[in-house]
Ligand binder design. Structure first.
Ligand code: SF4
Length: 320
């Protein structure tokens, strides 16, 4: 019975799977980069940035040799910069421990910084044909709906994911198909059960309880930040590098003060993170800045968070 479901899903993927650049390669470096980029960023955001990464860092050694600032700058627009820092660290570990060659063994992949079980499963199945399942947010949702059990814990989900890939006979395509189904047909806010290849076998077909699912996710926390924009016609704008941990770690921003609560004025920009909404209030000033930082005339040379870029655009802030 399960093998019939596998065939339906694999056939559907063969016909409807999107033609994405990381599906055209078995190179573990390129797969790894795509998996990390796609962890918390949408496909449409990754697509225009994916080729440029390899223009600048064509292989693991070139990434390991690069400065962290260059890596963060190249990551601009993808968000969650911790991923870029870990990739930089990982590339150096691969060079020092594996002589610059991406390891093929699952345990060795898992031992690399920033690579969890699901990402290791993707790399090992796509590049080395291993029966190692992917269990990202999309696959979890599909499995829960498919089996009609919203409360399934990760341990049970891993077992179901392993059972599926073991039966499929095509580990790479199986993982791709499960992710594709969750990304396109069995989506978080709309399940198109009419178009679903496993509709006949799904316990939730045509009766997905979206409200029950959304009740399970924690509400976003609101924070209010004053962004102090010091300008000087001759010197540019004052930027400082944020601490190595926390939101926007290691990126460059104007000095930021966290406010106790929402001020009377409306924010100029609201930046959405997974569990936070950052309300940004610019304060333009010609005062001399205090504390660490530097005057910057050309911000294009620095890695700035997308939220700060949007704030500058919305306030029509002129740097030069
Ligand atoms: S039938 Fe509907 S709920 Fe079930 S897996 Fe397919 S799209 Fe998702």
């Amino acid at each position: 019975m399960f093998s019939t479901r596998c065939k339906l899903l694999l056939d559907w993927y063969g016909e409807h799977g999107r033609d994405l650049p990381w599906r055209q390669t078995h190179d573990p470096y390129r797969i790894w980069v795509s998996e990390i980029m796609l962890q918390q960023t949408q496909v449409k955001t990754v697509l225009p940035r994916y080729p440029g990464w390899f223009d600048q860092f064509p292989d693991i050694r070139s990434l390991a040799d690069a400065s962290l600032d260059d890596v963060l700058k190249r990551w601009e627009g993808l968000g969650y910069y911790r991923r870029a820092r870990l990739m930089h660290q990982t590339s150096r570990q691969i060079v020092s421990v594996h002589d610059g060659k991406f390891p093929a063994a699952f345990d060795a992949i898992m031992a690399l910084p920033g690579i969890g079980r699901s990402t290791a499963g993707a790399i090992d199945s796509f590049c080395f044909a291993a029966n190692t399942p992917v269990l990202d947010g999309n696959v979890k949702r599909v499995l829960k709906r498919w089996h009609g059990k919203l409360n399934l814990a990760d341990k049970a989900l891993w077992q179901l994911a392993q059972q599926g890939i073991d039966t499929s006979g095509q580990p790479a395509n199986w993982n791709q198909a499960m992710m594709e189904l969750g990304a396109t047909v069995c989506a978080a806010k709309s399940a198109d059960c009419n178009a679903c290849p496993v509709q006949t076998y799904c316990a939730s077909a045509f009766q997905v309880d979206y409200s029950a699912e959304s009740r399970r996710s924690a509400p976003a926390r609101h924070v209010h930040w004053q962004v102090q924009i010091h300008r000087c016609p001759q010197k540019g704008i004052w930027l400082r590098q944020r601490p190595a941990s926390g939101i926007w770690a290691g990126l460059w921003t104007p000095p930021i003060i966290e406010l106790e609560g929402a001020p009377d004025s409306a924010p100029a920009h609201i930046h959405q993170l997974t569990h936070r909404r950052i309300h940004l209030y610019p304060l333009l000033t010609d005062a001399t800045p205090a504390g660490a930082g530097r005057w910057v005339r050309c911000i294009e040379s620095y890695a700035l968070p997308t939220g700060i870029h949007r704030l500058f655009e919305k306030t029509d802030f002129k740097l030069r």
